[in-house]
Design a protein around this ligand. Structure first.
Ligand SMILES: Nc1ncnc2c1ncn2[C@@H]1O[C@H](COP(=O)(O)OP(=O)(O)OP(=O)(O)O)[C@@H](O)[C@H]1O
Ligand SMILES: [Mg+2]
Length: 287
């Protein structure tokens, strides 16, 4: 819900609140108070909708006697439920940024906030919990466990942390994910019996196993042909719409970049463009 404050009357029209001075009366104090509280609630809800925020983030890697300035001061916000591409040529800083959002790496300067919490201030235990409960990862090289079949690979993240699901709920959930990525027939097959596209589908299902709010995918289509790449991005977008999972993926493939709702383009560690498609959901809207 968006909140609009004018110097005007107090009434509700669908999802908007307006305040008009002329109709403010002493007898409405209670009502005014509740509207002010409603405004504050909505104001803070809107702020929290930035599920990821980077504030002037820099990353310097030492390299022998010199330094590599991989990210040179980057700020952006990502809204809950969005489908975002981080695009740019090789060496522009895409993986470095994803790794900092995923708490795999830490900024040299600046802040990374997830759900309003600065990750730099978290303990190792809290980082582990965040990575297990809030974040899911999809890698360019799939990173499946070769000795485990499709079901067991998808189940694997659930064995690493605590889960509230009963055994039956867990089996149903994993089977639902395998069905969602179109691999029910391959449930008991090992990764070496699957194509590249099928392996990446397993990796997507595995990333979703813990029901993360955010999935980070570093060049998820880099090892796939163009038709399979498109199918994988379409699948990620379907899951984004169906489950409301925020997807942040990096790519240097121009045909995939524009499929996203929100596009952040990088060059030499800096943002060159940061825009949304006009037909995409506005940040903070309910539908
Ligand atoms: N661990 C590291 N040590 C030193 N330099 C690094 C390290 N990781 C990345 N870099 C450097 O930082 C810069 C950005 O690297 P990054 O991997 O983020 O780029 P990228 O956009 O993901 O590129 P690609 O498309 O090739 O994956 C590059 O110049 C890279 O060489
Ligand atoms: Mg990279």
């Amino acid at each position: 819900m968006n909140c609009v404050i004018n110097s005007g009357s107090l009434y509700e029209t669908s999802s908007y609140f307006y305040i008009r001075k002329s109709e403010v009366r002493v007898k409405y104090y209670g009502l005014i108070e509740s509207v002010v509280l409603s405004f504050l609630n909505n104001y803070f809800k809107e702020s929290v909708l930035a599920i990821v925020e980077l504030i002037d983030v820099k990353k310097v890697y030492p390299l022998g006697k010199t330094e590599v300035h991989a990210v040179k001061g980057v700020s952006f916000e990502i809204c809950k439920g969005d489908f975002i591409s981080i695009a740019g040529p090789s060496g522009s800083g895409k993986s470095t940024i994803l790794n900092m959002i995923g708490c795999i790496d830490v900024p040299t300067e600046g802040s990374v906030l997830i759900n309003g919490t600065e990750t730099g201030g978290l303990s190792d235990k809290n980082i582990t919990e965040l990575r297990h409960e809030v974040l899911g990862f999809i890698f360019q090289s799939f990173n499946l466990i070769p000795v485990l079949n499709v079901y067991e690979n998808v189940e694997f993240p659930l064995l690493l942390g605590k889960s509230d699901m009963s055994k039956k709920e867990k089996t149903d959930w994993i089977d639902m994910l395998i069905e969602e990525v179109g691999l029910s027939e391959w449930r008991n097959h090992k990764p070496n019996e699957l194509s590249g596209g099928q392996r990446q589908r397993v990796a997507i299902a595995r990333a979703l196993a813990t029901k993360p709010e955010i999935v980070l995918a570093d060049e998820p289509t880099a090892n796939l042909d163009s038709v399979t790449s498109e199918a994988i991005i379409t699948l990620m977008k379907k899951i984004n719409r169906d489950l409301g999972t925020t997807f942040i993926f990096s790519t240097h493939d121009p045909s995939i970049v524009e499929v996203a709702d929100h596009i952040i383009k990088l060059r030499d560690g800096l943002i060159t463009e940061n825009y949304r498609h006009e037909d995409s959901r506005a940040c903070g809207s309910d539908d």
